[in-house]
Design a binder for this molecule. Structure first.
Ligand SMILES: *[C@@H]1O[C@H](CO)[C@@H](O)[C@H](O)[C@H]1NC(C)=O
Ligand SMILES: *[C@@H]1O[C@H](CO)[C@@H](O)[C@H](O)[C@H]1NC(C)=O
Ligand SMILES: *[C@@H]1O[C@H](CO)[C@@H](O)[C@H](O)[C@H]1NC(C)=O
Length: 434
């Protein structure tokens, strides 16, 4: 080829490459992400990654992402984008995957809604979903709905963080719900691992912006002793088994480890303490240390914590910050001699009622923003996006339940409380990213 032809040829290749790039905003950091023994998540280019997002539940009885009877997936994702968020923590129930293995395959939209809502309301909600999301049919499967959500998130420049929220598909979390701890009534460890292998492989293949997963939401002690002993040794055994399974199915995703007591404590991992068993149980006398260098996925490990305002806090921001530090954010302080291992820490749940005043009723919101400003950690996901649920079971089962903590209105058409978003979510974004 002459030089002129070469130039022309590479120009043509360039034109083809550019026009083949998907439209819409690009993902802000290049995948895959990794960690490097510092408190930061890094992009494929080595940039420091900060994730700011919200939770979009898909783990309740209907086992599909909420809100689709009120809005198209595209419009919901545009709203997330409009809030300047770059990640969604998408929750699922292991039961969804159990159905695929044990009950004849993935369940159709029609059947899942009928199961969850009864045939009368199931039919009504199905028709509303199909009207708002005409790409679906009654025969569309649950995982196809997850795929559609994940693909739209990717095409609007938003990462997917997949969270195993529960085993049995129901509102989370309490000590008596059977989903609390390894071996609890509904929490079959082998099904949980089987489910992870399946969905991690599926997500790695089909979801272009899948960045990370968290193994289990809010591990907690069952109200009466059920299942495995509740201790850090048992935690280590099952979490590392799940991590190995996910890592071999999806080697590029970050593996996010949650702590004990509703994910409010992860500090023994950071301090490199012995993780011990419980006397008088099957874990008696056992002990192990979480040593990242011995794990094949050392460069994918991230920790997570949750922080809510159940204390109705009026603490000073110094005390509030110290409680987060002691819960596990000491991971970010590499000069603290007690910090043996540093990992990035994501605050995968925080939030409060979106009623226009709560943001200033306690010091929680102010102190959380101050904490983000001080530490610039790897990120967070607000609880939550949904303005309502297909069905929610707490004390009773309520269809079309209102979610007063949701960023969106009941019908998912608008922001529920603009002042709350301006004073909390937007300030959290600024504190973290700027
Ligand atoms: C059906 O939906 C309506 C409207 O949301 C609700 O009032 C009613 O309780 C639902 N039916 C059942 C059986 O839950
Ligand atoms: C980090 O740890 C050191 C040593 O304990 C301490 O002096 C310092 O104040 C800590 N940094 C922050 C920002 O808390
Ligand atoms: C918002 O919720 C809090 C906590 O429930 C309550 O104390 C406060 O009065 C509420 N504000 C409004 C305007 O309803």
């Amino acid at each position: 080829m002459t030089n002129d032809l070469k130039v022309l040829f590479s120009f043509l290749l360039f034109v083809i490459a550019v026009s083949a790039t998907p439209r819409g905003p690009k993902l802000p950091f290049k995948l895959p992400f990794h960690t490097d023994g510092s408190p930061h998540i890094r992009s494929a280019h080595g940039d420091i990654v900060r994730l700011v997002g919200t939770n979009w539940p898909g783990h309740q009885e209907a086992m599909i992402p909420e809100g689709l009877q009120y809005s198209s997936i595209k419009d919901i994702v545009s709203k997330i984008r409009g809030l300047e968020l770059n990640v969604v923590r998408l929750t699922y129930a292991t039961e969804m995957v159990d159905d695929i293995f044990d009950n004849g395959g993935d369940v159709t939209l029609k059947d899942t809604l009928n199961n969850a809502l009864g045939t009368a309301n199931g039919t009504i909600i199905l028709n509303q979903i199909l009207k708002k999301n005409p790409q679906f049919s009654p025969k569309t499967k649950r995982l196809d709905v997850f795929d559609a959500v994940a693909n739209e998130l990717a095409s609007q420049g938003i990462y997917v963080h997949l969270d195993n929220h529960v085993s049995k598909a129901i509102w989370c979390c309490g000590g008596s719900d059977g989903n609390a701890w390894f071996g609890d009534t509904h929490f079959d460890v082998s099904k949980w691992i089987r489910g992870w292998k399946y969905i991690a492989r599926h997500g790695a293949k089909h979801w272009p912006s899948l960045s990370s997963i968290s193994f289990r939401n809010e591990l907690r002690k069952p109200d009466v002793d059920r299942g495995d002993p509740y201790d850090w040794y048992t935690w280590y055994t099952h979490m590392t088994e799940a991590a190995a399974a996910v890592h071999s199915a999806a080697p590029n995703v970050l593996l996010v480890f949650s702590g004990l007591d509703y994910d409010t404590k992860i500090s023994p991992i950071i301090k490199g303490l012995p993780l011990t068993g419980t006397s008088g149980t099957s874990s008696a006398g056992k002990s192990v240390v979480f040593q990242p260098s011995t794990l094949p996925y050392a460069n994918r490990i991230v920790l997570e914590l949750h922080k809510y305002d159940f204390e109705n806090t009026h603490a000073s921001c110094e005390d509030f910050g110290n409680s987060l530090y002691n819960a596990g954010y000491s991971s970010l302080n590499t000069t603290d001699p007690a910090t043996k291992y540093s990992f990035p820490v994501l605050l995968t749940e925080w939030g409060f009622i979106q009623n226009g005043t709560y943001w200033r009723d306690t010091t929680y919101n102010k102190c959380l923003i101050a904490f983000m400003e001080k530490w610039k950690p790897s990120g967070w996901m607000q609880w939550e996006l949904a303005g309502s649920f297909y069905v929610q079971t707490r004390a009773t089962t309520v269809q079309d339940a209102d979610e007063t903590w949701g960023l969106l209105t009941h019908d998912w058409s608008a922001i529920r409380s603009q002042v709350t978003v301006d004073e909390s979510l937007s300030k959290m974004v600024d504190a973290t990213l700027r």
